[in-house]
Write a protein that binds this ligand. Structure first.
Ligand SMILES: CC(C)(COP(=O)(O)OP(=O)(O)OC[C@H]1O[C@@H](n2cnc3c(N)ncnc32)[C@H](O)[C@@H]1OP(=O)(O)O)[C@@H](O)C(=O)NCCC(=O)NCCS
Length: 175
């Protein structure tokens, strides 16, 4: 799926090298917003193993693990996680964009494409997301694609050395 210069597609094991390079370069700056990971996570082998696990979960219908493309080059990830069916039919949106590619609208366009996929192929009814209270860039992305904040989960996530509150976001998708 492509919107202008931004596309999304399912992650592939061949993306391990470029994802590891982005994540290793941005390890320090992402530490404020993304959960801590072991050193292995920032290697090609670690990313290959992670992508294999994500694709197994995809086969089980639990996630849609995507990469974000800028003019065909992988610049980040956009994922639907925690897919729940039954009476809920919902999933949780997550993303990151490599620092050299930020502030060019890639996260906004990738999120819009992800939402189309959620209400289309994935047949979901509701999208959720969570951000840190201070993550204003991520909050602008979510607002731009139609999410609204609906509450605060206290001591919700262990991030950057402490339990942090999360701002919770929701969007009802078209059926
Ligand atoms: C959050 C993130 C995904 C945004 O990606 P991006 O491609 O730069 O996002 P976009 O360019 O689509 O939009 C960014 C918006 O935030 C705004 N912004 C950027 N930095 C900001 C800041 N420090 N304060 C307020 N707004 C900011 C931009 O102006 C833009 O808003 P606009 O379109 O209204 O002008 C990216 O910064 C990132 O990967 N951060 C680290 C990991 C992370 O935070 N992941 C999300 C966890 S919830």
């Amino acid at each position: 799926m492509v919107d202008g210069k931004t596309g999304i597609r399912l992650v592939d094991v061949s993306d391990a090298e470029v994802l590891a390079a982005h994540l290793a370069r941005d390890r320090a700056s992402f530490a404020r917003w993304e959960p801590a990971q072991p050193d292995e996570y920032f290697t090609v082998a670690g990313q290959s193993a992670r992508i294999r696990r994500l694709l197994e979960q995809y086969e089980q219908g639990r996630t849609w693990p995507g990469v974000v493309l800028a003019d065909g080059v992988v610049v980040g990830q956009a994922t639907v996680g925690t897919v729940i069916g039954g009476p809920f039919r919902k999933g949780s949106v997550g993303y990151w964009i490599g620092s050299p590619h930020q502030n060019r609208g890639h996260a906004r366009r990738a999120s819009a494409l992800l939402l189309e996929r959620m209400s289309g192929d994935l047949g979901l009814h509701r999208a959720e997301a969570s951000t840190q209270l201070e993550n204003l860039a991520s909050q602008r992305v979510l607002r731009a694609v139609g999410f609204s904040p609906y509450g605060i989960a206290h001591d919700h996530i262990f991030l950057n050395g402490a339990w942090r509150d999360s701002l919770l976001w929701e969007l009802t998708l078209g059926d």
